[in-house]
Design a protein around this ligand. Structure first.
Ligand code: PLP
Length: 434
């Protein structure tokens, strides 16, 4: 048995069966530089999924590595939130300013799940309500609260949430009653749905609406710009808080605005973040109106949240994003990639949709004969891309969406190379399916 096969056997013996190892033959990544990684067998790949959007500057970035090494050299890896930490204050100042939230305060955690759990607690406590609105097809994490507001059947089945959750429409327009609707008409229909839910299912005393501006795990489904502005008008009538889960959409990745909710012209009351901020180091958090943050007595306590190593990595990563204007790069490379995929899609009957903003884009696959979502075709495209040297992600309610989120440092040449591979992979799978 090869070393690789042996590792996989050991993994299966001691790790949960549901951990998805995306590929038919799971990959063991052992090295990375820039936008590329290498596996244990010596194969090199261009990485268009970056560890689920965690390495937003790519791999082995000197500025991040050196910041972490400087912190390590002090002898302090961790001290807990019981102490005053310079890196925390500096990062919180930057995030509070960038958030656009008035009098914002920031709390650091270790993951997106923890950030969302804190945000939900914050909202429930501020509004003295366990009622929450969430979006169908959403994903917010693995805890009791986060699975509770996750509107994806794979997770909702697991949920024993303490929250009283009502799910809204607004992210997926594939249902027949929305066919052919303009954005304006669709937004009107979604607002009516919100008003109906509030009036008939809740009595109005709801703590918050939690939503991803673009749904990540849901398959990069994109509500039309302006939806959340329309929702916010109604929420404000009731005093309901808007929590934007920016775990995938923050830091300029969508190109258009620095935060996903900015694409809707909305400043939420609370935002949660994680994934890319530490460029691979675990950091998550919540930025919220100061009055909300101050009202929650336990908001400032986390043993590992905001530890000095994560703070060093996150400060260096965020500085890099801003100094190199990676939002502009995301917009530019995204336009090339999405435009290129849209132009090619007409040749491939297996492609049902191409969508995205900036460096967060997707190709949705369906059986050309039945029009049904096809996870098998998505798996085949993933394998075909891998064979050609490109890593991508999978997602969507039915597992039929190829998701791509390359590093925000992507170069013109890498964008062209990746685009060529995705098109070649679609071509190969389309030929087989015909
Ligand atoms: N929120 C969103 C939008 C996510 O995509 C994820 C993870 O994929 C989470 C929350 C949970 O984050 P974590 O896995 O860091 O707990």
């Amino acid at each position: 048995m090869s070393e690789h096969a042996n590792l996989l056997k050991r993994h299966r013996a001691v790790m949960p069966a549901w951990i998805p190892l995306n590929y038919r033959e799971p990959i063991e990544i052992v090295g990375g530089k820039g936008s590329r990684v290498t596996d244990a067998e010596g194969n090199g790949y261009l990485d268009f999924f970056t560890g689920i959007l965690t390495n937003m500057l790519g791999y082995d970035v000197p500025e991040v590595r050196e910041a972490v090494e400087r912190q390590l050299a002090t002898g302090i890896v961790h001290t807990s939130t019981s102490y005053l930490l310079r890196g925390q204050v500096e990062l919180a100042e930057k995030i509070a300013r960038l958030s656009g939230i008035p009098d914002a305060k920031v709390f650091f955690a270790n993951s997106g799940t923890e950030a969302n759990e804190t945000a939900l607690l914050l909202a429930a406590y501020a509004r003295r309500s366990d009622q929450v609105l969430a979006m169908r097809q959403s994903y917010h994490g693995r805890s009791f609260g986060a699975t509770g507001v996750t509107g994806n059947r794979a997770w909702t089945n697991l949920s024993y949430s303490p929250l009283n959750v009502h799910f809204l429409h607004g992210a997926d327009r594939h249902l027949p009653q929305f066919a052919g609707m303009s954005d304006e008409a669709y937004i009107d229909a979604c607002v009516q749905d919100l008003r109906h839910v509030l009036a008939t299912a809740t009595g109005g005393d709801v703590a918050a609406l939690i939503a991803e501006p673009i749904q990540g795990v849901g398959g990069f489904t994109m509500p039309p710009d302006g939806l959340f502005a329309a929702y916010k008008t109604v929420l404000d009538e009731y005093g309901i808080l808007l929590i934007s889960d920016e775990v995938q959409t923050g830091w300029g990745r969508t190109g258009q605005s620095f935060w996903g909710m900015g694409n809707h012209g909305v400043t939420p009351d609370v935002m949660t973040f994680a994934k890319g901020l530490g460029n691979g180091f675990a950091v998550g958090g919540v930025v919220a109106r100061g009055d909300l943050m101050d009202a929650l007595p336990v908001a400032g306590i986390s043993t590992f949240g905001g530890n000095p190593i994560s703070m060093a990595a996150a400060n260096a990563t965020l500085d890099y994003v801003l100094e190199h204007d990676l939002q502009a790069n995301a917009a530019r490379q995204g336009a090339t990639l999405i435009g290129g995929l849209e132009a090619a899609a007409g040749r491939f009957p297996i492609v049902r949709d191409v969508r995205g903003k900036g460096l967060m884009f997707a190709v949705e696959l369906a059986d050309p004969r039945t029009g049904e979502p096809s996870p098998a075709l998505a798996a085949a495209v993933m394998e075909a891309a891998r064979e050609r040297g490109l890593l991508v992600g999978k997602g969507g309610l039915y597992g039929n969406v190829i998701r791509m989120a390359p590093p925000m440092t992507l170069t013109d040449a890498e964008a062209a190379e990746g685009l060529g591979i995705v098109i070649a992979a679609l071509e190969a799978v389309n030929r087989e399916a015909a």
